[in-house]
Write a protein that binds this ligand. Sequence first.
Ligand SMILES: [Zn+2]
Length: 253
Amino acid sequence: MMFKRTVSLCCLRNKILFNDSVRYNSNDKIENWITNKLQPRYEKVKPPYDHVCQVGDPVLRVDAGPVDPKIIPTVEFKKNVDLLIKTMRRYGAYGLAAPQIGLSLQLFAMETTKAQLDDAVQSKSAGQPMDVVPLKIFINPKMKILDHTTTSYPENCASICGFSAHVPRAKSLEIEALDLDGKLFKWKAEGWPAKIAQHEMDHLQGKVFTDRMNPQTFSCAIWDVVNTRRGKVQIKFVPDVGTFSEFKKIFYK
Ligand SMILES: [Zn+2]
């Protein structure tokens, strides 16, 4: 009798557990289904992108191909250049190379506006000599270092979001490239614009600043915020808008 009762209780218990399990699985499936339905649908996007690729993307690790001068006057190429400029400005970056928007082409843009400069000085985030650099487009650039003396300042990259490191760069250089009219020009630079140009030239050869940095200076740009917010902070991969102070918002929300 006792045995029978025990069996009976066990059966009852198992039945309840089984039923709970069924109910749990069923609820779980419904919850997953609802969550799944509420998720935004992302279609596979093809380059060129209007966001910046992150390190790990193979496009950032290969030699970019030369631009056929015949395509420079085409509407399609102009569209790609416009997208590159627009994305650079959207991220508040001082330069952007075509591979960073998924285009494996020897093409980069650079620009430092007065507003960016004022912002960097005001927020004391510059930490190095900076200058205004008018918008410049370089197609199939060839670089020659004029002064190999190096200076090392913090560098970051829209493709290595949220991190920085000191990177030694040559003092001055000359670049020969094609402009948007397909004409060959020579451009000499020293200091700030030379540093940016070297960073962008690296992108065209599948290199990023971490390949050249002083490894001990590699830092998460918000390591202190991580502590004050007890780790409850996220790095954003798309900035809000273009100025330097807004760009800083890319680092956390
Ligand atoms: Zn970069």
